[in-house]
Write a protein that binds this ligand. Structure first.
Ligand code: B1M
Length: 215
């Protein structure tokens, strides 16, 4: 039964049918499937297939846009459910979050924000295509425990290094822990650029954020 619903979710994204994605998400929730399982088993595989088809020239930009629309429609149902399962009442820490300059991918970053919120963190989301100077100014102003930098492109992940460099130049690098993530980002990249933490996915981001705040 679950496998059928997961296939429906995945296929609706691959077929570019946002309304079907929305309906399949409703069906999955009604069947009692946990929202994070719906995302992991149904939606992310769909986005990955769309990405692969784009890479090999079978799909074009509009196909990516339609798939993103479907995923975002699904998230309107899933986000409140994730938040309902909130783990902690007291604030676990504060996180300033954003996708780096030149990069408009927002779904993964927003999912990380939702999962952090659901686990007791106070999250301030700066959105996408965030200039380095804005990250620095907001760290000065808001004094978050953690700065989370998302990047989905090999061409924009270098901005994560730029932000860390800019924090150092502004003399505030030691005031904030920097966590990086996004599809092309690896642990070795995080180490190379001097980030404090790296997470592969949204649940991993919660784990790393907890460790960083405890340090
Ligand atoms: Co774009 N895109 N895209 N795209 N897109 C990718 C990333 C790509 C891999 C597709 C491909 O070719 N296979 C490819 C990048 C190739 C590369 O750099 N090596 C690509 C490209 C090339 C592009 C354009 C350049 C295409 C063009 O214009 N010719 C363009 C760039 C625009 C720009 O940013 N300047 C572009 C545009 C777009 C859309 C706007 C159409 C759309 C995004 C819409 C939106 O977000 N509102 C889009 C989409 C949808 C994708 C794919 C298909 C799906 C991304 C997604 O939402 N995944 C993507 C292929 C793929 O990822 N398989 C692709 C689902 C999401 C839940 O996962 O974002 O990975 P993800 O987030 C995960 C983890 O990465 C991690 O946790 C999240 C949850 O598990 N994570 C963090 C993310 N941030 C984190 C931060 C953390 C910790 C963990 O700590 C702070």
């Amino acid at each position: 039964m679950s496998q059928e619903i997961f296939a429906k979710l995945t296929n609706s994204l691959v077929d570019g049918d946002p309304d079907a994605t929305f309906e399949a998400t409703k069906e999955a929730l009604a069947a009692g499937i946990e929202p994070m399982v719906i995302i992991k088993e149904g939606l992310i595989p769909g986005m990955n297939i769309v990405g692969e088809k784009f890479s090999c020239g079978e799909y074009f930009l509009p196909d990516l846009i339609i798939a993103a629309d479907g995923m975002q429609k699904a998230m309107t149902l899933l986000e409140p459910e994730l938040l309902k399962r909130q783990q902690a009442i007291e604030s676990a820490g504060t996180v300033l979050l954003g996708t780096v300059k030149g990069d408009i991918h927002e779904i993964g970053k927003s999912l990380v924000g939702t999962m952090l919120t659901a686990n007791g963190f106070k999250v301030h989301d700066l959105g996408v295509d965030v200039p380095t100077e804005t990250f620095v100014a907001k760290v000065k102003e808001m004094k978050p425990d953690i700065l989370g930098l998302s990047a989905l492109l090999t061409t924009t992940m270098v901005m994560q290094r730029e932000v860390i460099k800019a924090l150092t130049e502004a003399g505030i690098r030691n005031q904030v822990k920097v966590m990086v993530g996004g599809a092309p980002v690896t642990r070795s990249w995080a180490e190379e650029i001097g980030a404090d933490g790296y997470a592969e996915d949204a649940m991993g981001a919660v784990q790393i954020a907890r460790q960083l705040v405890a340090k």
